[in-house]
Every structure is written in C-alpha cells, then in structure tokens.
Design a protein around this ligand. Structure first.
Ligand code: NDP
Ligand code: HSE
Length: 398
C-alpha cells in the first residue's frame, strides 16, 4: 500500500483527490499496487467533503509519518510551499507539484535535494495545466537540440483575450469569469501581468538548456494595456493577439521573454482559444512539435498531478536518472537588443510619423496600426523615442 499526502485542498488539490478516487480501480490495475490518500493538509476544515476525515492542519503529521512516501504540493505561493517541499524531499519522500512559482524559483535546489536523497521531484502540472509537455520534453525530445519554444502558457489570459476578441467582453468581466472557473491565480496579477507565463517559459527553457533563468530577470509584459482597437487592428492584419512566452537559443546563449504578440493565422497558436494552451517547440531533428490542451482548471491540472504520482509509484524501485539543472548566469543570457521580428506599431495620429520599412497601415477607432518588416529591439527603441506620445504601443509579431 502506497500512502499519499496532499498539501492544499483548493481547485487543484480537490481535483487530485477526485481523480485518485474516481479512477482508483483503473490506476491501481495499471500500477499493480494499491494506494491510499492518507492526509490532506489545508488551513480550512471541509466538513461536507467526502475527504473530511483526512484533513490535517499540522504539516508535521505528514512529515513525521514514515508511511507517507509521496506528497503532492498544491498550495501555491513560495512559502511555506518551498519549505514543506524541501522538508519532504530531505525526509525521503517524493514530491510532485503544480506550483510553477516554486519550480521556477527553487527548481535547481529542489532537483539537487531530490537527487541527493534518492527521491523524485516532478512538476508536469506546472506548465500547460493538463497538457503532457514536461515529460515528453525530457524523454521524447531528448535526442534533439531545442532551438525555439513559443507558447500560449496562461489559460486565464488566453480566456480573457479570446472573450475580448470574440464577444467584445470587457477585460474585467472576462477576468471575473476566469476566476469563477478556477483558472486564475490567487492574485490574478500573476496572470494578467505575465508573471505566471514567465515562470512557465523559464521552466521550459531549463528543460531545453539545463539552465534555469530567474523568472524575475526576463522581460515580461502582460495583457492589461491591450485595447479592443488593438485586437481589431490585429485581426485586420490577419492575426490574433496572444500572450506568448518565448525562448530561443542564440549560439550558446539563451533568450527568453513574455509579451503580447500578433500571431498570424498561418501559425497554429493563433487558433488556440479560451483556456486552452499551446506550446510550439522547434527542435533540430524532429522539426516543429506542438503540445495542445486545457491549460488550467480543476480536473485537467489534477490529471497531470496524478500522472506524476503514478510515475513516482510505478518507478519506486527503478533507478530513474534524476533531473539536474544549473542556475543561469548573466553570461548565459543573449542580448535582447539583437532580437528581430516584424512589429505592429499603434499610433494615435499618422502626422509626422516616420516612414517605416515595409509598412502597411490600417485604422480602427481613431488609432492606426502600422505593420512593418523585421526590426531589432534596438531599432524599435530608436523609433519609440523619436515618436514620443504619438506612439501608443508596439507589438512583436510571432
Ligand atoms: P487554491 O487557492 O484553489 O488552493 C490552494 C489551497 O491550499 C487552498 O485551499 C489554501 O487554503 C491551501 N493553503 C494555502 N496555504 C496553505 C498552508 N500554508 N497550509 C495549508 N494549506 C494551505 O489554488 P489552486 O488549487 O488553483 O492552485 C494551487 C497551485 O496549483 C498553485 O501553485 C497554482 O499556481 C497551481 N496551478 C493551478 C491551476 C488552476 O487551474 N487553478 C493550474 C495549474 C497550476 P485557503 O484557501 O484557506 O488559503
Ligand atoms: N493561472 C494559471 C493559468 C493556472 O491561468 O494558466 C495554470 O497554470
């Protein structure tokens, strides 16, 4: 009998208990052994839940119980999630998590601790919700060098942008609905300001390069300044605006950033809507591979958490090669100024605006969208300072 403890009984934690219970017979048959949810740690009691008899409030009950060998952390936030994870690994318990804040901030240390104690630290649910992407990147793309990753990595913002585009919904109304559906972070600023996507792209970039960037160090722009006019201008250029996490290897350097981008209709990411996420990986042998599915939500995310629990149990006697990451240093970072792509500039007047290479102009609601040829970040900076307050915003094109 394998005893499992769950940390957090919110959206993902309750979903994980549900998946482990609903599909118990099927999972146990596949594993060839039985399991039991022994404890669920939360701050609250859940008197009406069928799991109310497992609820505990003292983490030490779990830590000090030698029968618990697998712990799923789904509390969110850095502390005490990181501290509990570290203590469990050091006590010889494997930990699985949906918490990308902890993985992206402490992943190097936690992977090393897991290795040192001969246990596993797995985080399939930390990127792409229910989409299998972490394990396929580690295992199935391991014969490839990864050149580029571009992804819609946040379900909440994709839900908001799709509602704004297709239903003319207001930003606030769409965010409220995403919160009601359980997609948003406890503090939705992490979603709408791009912070969550930054955490996820550094995790994916680390899988590709072995180097974990500090998510706070990468250029990150969210979706709060996108207007309905911008969205319509994008459509008039046959594009959709999507919040994109992007990483690229430039020689032996790594570039990563998050920003809203115009995605041309010819790119499959442009057609990924609502809470769905999509991750396009450009690898040197297989070419382009896309991962697609529900990027947030109770049961999809729980499906990924349980996949990790199953992996831990199934391989408990196997000698699995541990994941080893290093922290990226400044020397690993590519110069963002050299990054080049097409742009859409949005101006509030065309009077006195300089001619831009390859420019096509469209108008919507009193603002002008100017689509240009490729230019570097450095060139964009020059144009930005030359145009002053005539320039409302600039979008990168994917
Ligand atoms: P919720 O807020 O719904 O659940 C978190 C639960 O943990 C709450 O019940 C909370 O209690 C409890 N908790 C918080 N701190 C403690 C503590 N110190 N001790 C015990 N219990 C605690 O969050 P989600 O389930 O949505 O998210 C959980 C994690 O999964 C986060 O890291 C999130 O980023 C990630 N994630 C979420 C997805 C989603 O779709 N929701 C998808 C993918 C990942 P209380 O409410 O009383 O504070
Ligand atoms: N808040 C996150 C999102 C949850 O909306 O994508 C999934 O990681």
């Amino acid at each position: 009998m394998i005893n499992i403890a769950l940390l957090g009984f919110g959206v993902v934690g309750s979903g994980t208990a549900e998946v482990l219970t609903e599909n118990k017979a099927l999972i146990e048959a596949r594993l060839g052994c039985e399991y039991n949810i022994k404890y669920i740690l939360d701050l609250r009691d859940f008197p009406n839940s069928p799991f109310c008899d497992r609820i505990v409030h003292d983490f030490n009950t779990i830590l000090n119980d030698p029968e618990v060998s697998v712990v799923a952390e789904m509390m969110g936030g850095s502390h005490p999630a990181y501290d509990f994870t570290k203590a469990c690994l050091e006590a010889g318990k494997s930990v699985v998590t949906s918490n990308k804040e902890v993985v992206s901030t402490f992943g190097v240390e936690l992977c090393a601790i897991a290795k040192a104690h001969g246990v596993r630290y797995l985080f399939e649910a930390s990127v792409g919700g229910g989409i299998p992407v972490i394990r396929p990147m580690i295992n199935d793309l391991s014969s490839n060098k990864i050149n580029k990753i571009s992804g819609i990595l946040n379900g909440t913002t994709n839900f908001i942008l799709t509602s704004m585009r297709d239903a003319d919904a207001s930003f606030d109304a769409a965010l409220k609905e995403a919160q009601r559906l359980g997609y948003a972070e406890a503090n939705p600023s992490a979603d709408v300001d791009g912070i969550d996507a930054a955490r996820k792209i550094v995790i994916l970039a680390a899988l590709a390069s072995g180097k974990l960037l500090d998510p706070k160090s990468i250029s990150t722009t969210g979706i709060t300044k996108i207007t309905l006019e911008d969205s319509k201008l994008a459509q008039s250029f046959n594009c959709s605006i999507k919040l994109i996490g992007y990483a690229e290897t430039m020689g032996d350097k790594l570039l990563a950033f998050v920003s809203p981008r115009l995605v041309p209709m010819s790119n499959p990411l442009s057609r990924i809507d609502g809470v769905f996420n999509g991750i396009l990986v450009d690898a040197n042998m297989v070419g382009e591979v896309m991962f697609y599915g529900p990027g947030a939500g109770k049961l999809p995310t729980a499906s990924a958490v349980v996949a990790d629990i199953i992996d831990v149990i199934a391989n408990r006697d196997a000698d699995v090669k541990p994941l080893v990451w290093e922290s990226a240093t400044d020397a690993d970072l590519a110069d963002m100024g050299e990054y080049s792509c097409r742009r859409m500039f949005v101006f509030n007047t065309m009077d006195g605006v300089p001619m831009l290479r390859g420019a096509q102009v469209k108008e919507c609601g009193g603002v002008f969208g100017v689509m240009t040829d490729e230019m570097t970040e450095k060139e964009v900076e020059k144009i930005t300072s030359a145009c002053g307050n005539k320039l409302v915003s600039v979008y990168r094109v994917l």
